[in-house]
Design a protein around this ligand. Structure first.
Ligand SMILES: [Zn+2]
Length: 205
């Protein structure tokens, strides 16, 4: 159970006066076992975190829908001008598992979760047609593929593409093993995941 409310008075007084200037946005899953501030060992004001089911980034859509993930990305890139966006998948992701168990069925048409995780369909197609590497664990393979697809989808936002082109923003893929606490990062060239060196995200700045 929660141990209760802890007040970090001085830190928040400073943040209230000077505002937030995080350099890193993390997009991770809602899963309670995946806590970005804990994994990266940082305090208030250091990470701009957005969490949703299965850490998915939708493609840029300009319809009248309520696009919470896209709004957070827009704010991070255009207002906060973050230097890095990290899409962080994780082991034993229930959203990924639900997609794997229901792909190709009508279960993905209904309610909110089903329609949301349909965003993984292009990732599943890429995995079937152009696997980056041979992974025997289909759950892990899909977790990696979901991160890769979200990075592709990030590039469909014009303000993201522009920031990448002018060198002010870089995108990163990561995956967290909730069983061991190991963080793996994606090589941007090979798109393969390997264990991270401590503080490698900061070192990439
Ligand atoms: Zn998850």
């Amino acid at each position: 159970m929660a141990k209760g409310y802890v007040r970090h008075k001085e830190t928040h007084e400073h943040l209230a006066v000077y505002g937030q200037t995080p350099e890193v946005m993390v997009i991770s899953c809602c899963d309670s076992r995946v806590t970005p501030e804990g994994i990266f060992n940082v305090g208030p004001g250091e990470l701009f975190v957005f969490r949703n089911v299965a850490n998915l980034v939708p493609p840029c859509e300009t319809d009248s829908g309520h696009h919470g993930t896209s709004a957070a990305i827009e704010y991070a890139v255009t207002a906060l001008k973050v230097k890095h966006i990290v899409v962080m998948g994780h082991a034993k992701c229930g959203g990924i598992q639900a997609f794997r168990e229901n792909a190709g069925t009508s279960n993905l048409e209904g309610a909110f979760i089903g329609r949301w995780i349909k965003l993984l369909e292009p990732a599943a197609i890429s995995l079937a047609c152009m696997p980056v590497d041979k992974i025997d664990d289909p759950q892990l393979a899909m977790e990696y593929a979901g991160v890769r697809q979200s990075l592709v989808n990030l590039g469909t936002f014009p303000f993201v593409e522009e920031a990448i082109q002018n060198g002010s923003l870089s995108l990163h893929g990561a995956w967290f093993d909730i069983g061991s606490g190991e963080l793996r990062v994606m090589d941007p060239d090979t798109e393969r995941f390997a264990p991270a060196e401590p503080a490698s995200i900061q070192a990439a700045e």
